[in-house]
Design a protein around this ligand. Structure first.
Ligand SMILES: Nc1ncnc2c1ncn2[C@@H]1O[C@H](COP(=O)(O)OP(=O)(O)OP(=O)(O)O)[C@@H](O)[C@H]1O
Length: 487
């Protein structure tokens, strides 16, 4: 491995140092013909990395893991997890490497991680690789989420490898360089707990507190405070997903972070026609991870985290369980409060006042939207137009145009603020048919549609002239419920 001469990158290896039992040394697979497809230059600058340097041969080598600093020790992280409800004791990064941690220009510690960088000891039957399409999906959707102000892992770059990856059909391969507050997952704690090594579990919890929830340090019950902090972060996160209609698609416990960032953009998509049963993953036959189930699944995943933490909560198991149950019980009220506050904002209403009328309006809305398969995104922009005095666009969202009138009349008496609504209700989300269209073009070598889509979804609230098709629902023949595999 060679050093980087174009620019300096200083990587720490705190995860590997503090938790060596959970870090397996790995090396990126050779990349025959690396080509940068997309690079987030603003993110590079935030990391203190020179974007031009990242485009040089050595810089690209860092982005795919083949040229790393001399003292770098890339590792695959161990984790376990419940996938679709079934427990796997050993998952881990099968096709990913943590290159190390770096301190960004704001002094925050960020992981630099590669996805699709080759097989690791956790690869099981997998080839360790990733295809251009899914890695660009992660780049596009994570950028959209960030622009929407939703906590998420970030995508620094997608580099085509020049290697063919075999999926249903042969696909061009790619490596995603991912940046995150951290890669600890609920599954990391399940892994540590399953080792029956209380010291490892404690070190993992201390590491998580120090990196993600420092306020939990120094209180009487730090590990309970850690759990409470994760509950709070996830309640806030899932509410944000629900408010924009984001369907994660694979909310396994290895895809739920301790930091509270959204992770793993596999078969994810934004719901168009409002329907709680909306599912995008072709392997989710039972609808476990449907839009409307996401808060319940999050709570279920957090219960698995609580189980993993029990030995740290109290010496007496019954007392530990009682503490965990009480803390988990705070998920629902926190989620409800975040949801209600978010809905008030979407409806252009102040944070409090008129509680009963507002609760009724919020409670009735899903039924109204679902009955007519109303587009979850354009509806709220149309509602702002109604607040400005023109109810026409709202009416045209419904089969029976008079259907929403009673609801709208009651809402209008509350004096909603349309400008405030347009600041929280996006006009542009990465609609699945646009994402698919862009990924197909990129797979065929044309990056134009990806670049245009990125431009649109990273300015989600501002009307962009000539970009009407990006705000419109999928054409009927696309099929609103088309599902796909994520990887
Ligand atoms: N092609 C592959 N080769 C080896 N391992 C794989 C491959 N695809 C997935 N895995 C492994 O299978 C497990 C579940 O995969 P999943 O798709 O949830 O994760 P991922 O998308 O690879 O990574 P992340 O969760 O970090 O975004 C993980 O342990 C992952 O590393």
């Amino acid at each position: 491995m060679k050093g980087i001469s174009q620019f300096t990158v200083t990587l720490d290896h705190r995860f590997a140092r503090e938790l060596p039992e959970m870090a397996v040394a790995g090396q990126a697979a050779p990349v025959p013909d690396p080509r940068v497809l997309v690079l987030d230059e603003a993110l590079a600058a935030q990391l203190g990395l020179d974007a031009a340097g990242l485009r040089t041969a050595e810089g690209v080598g860092l982005l795919v893991g083949t040229t790393v600093p001399e003292d770098a020790r890339p590792v695959a992280q161990a984790y376990a997890g419940h996938q679709f409800g079934g427990y796997s004791p050993r998952l881990g990064d099968g096709r990913a490497l943590l290159l190390g941690e770096l301190v960004d220009v704001d002094g925050r510690v960020r992981d630099l991680h590669l996805k699709g960088s080759g097989r690791t000891p956790f690869a099981r039957g997998g080839d360790g690789l990733a295809a251009v399409g899914p890695m660009l999906r992660e780049f596009i959707v994570s950028n959209s989420m960030h622009a929407l102000g939703i906590p998420t892992t970030r995508s620094l770059a997608v580099v085509a490898t020049g290697r063919t990856v075999l999926r249903e059909t042969p696909q061009p391969g790619a490596v995603l360089a991912r940046v995150a507050a951290g890669h600890l997952r609920v599954g990391s704690f399940q892994y540590a707990r399953a080792t029956d090594d209380p010291d490892l579990l404690r070190r993992l919890a201390d590491h998580a507190i120090s990196r993600h929830h420092p306020a939990a340090a120094g209180v009487a019950q730090p590990y309970l405070a850690l759990f409470e902090a994760v509950v709070a972060a996830q309640a806030a996160l899932i509410a944000r997903w629900m408010l924009v209609g984001f369907v994660h698609g694979v909310m396994n416990t290895d895809n739920m972070t301790i930091s509270g960032e959204t992770i793993d953009y596999g078969p994810c998509a934004f719901m168009e026609a409002f329907d709680p049963a909306t599912v995008y993953s072709s392997i989710d036959h039972a609808g476990r991870y449907a839009y409307g189930n996401q808060p319940l699944v999050a709570e279920w995943n957090l219960a698995r985290l609580a189980e993993s933490l029990l030995p740290l909560l109290h010496d007496d198991e019954q007392q530990a369980v009682a503490l965990a149950v009480a803390a988990l019980g705070r998920f629902r009220p926190r989620y409800e409060a975040a949801w209600t506050a978010g809905m008030r904002a979407k409806l252009g209403l102040p944070a409090d006042g008129n509680e009963e009328i507002v609760a009724a309006l919020i409670g009735e809305l899903p039924g109204l939207l679902q009955a007519d398969h109303v587009d979850h995104t354009t509806f709220y922009r149309a509602l702002a137009t109604a607040a400005r005095g023109d109810i026409g666009p709202v009416r045209s969202h419904f089969v029976e145009e008079a259907a929403p009138e009673d609801w709208v009349t009651r809402w209008q008496t509350l004096g909603p603020d349309p400008d405030a609504m347009d600041r929280v209700n996006p006009l542009y989300i990465p609609r699945n048919h646009l994402v698919e269209e862009a990924l197909a073009a990129a797979t065929d070598g044309d990056l134009g549609p990806v670049e245009r889509l990125l431009e649109v979804v990273t300015a989600p609230y501002d009307e962009q002239a000539g970009r009407e098709r990006y705000a419109a629902a999928a054409p009927v023949d696309f099929g609103a419920y088309r599902t796909f595999r994520g990887t």
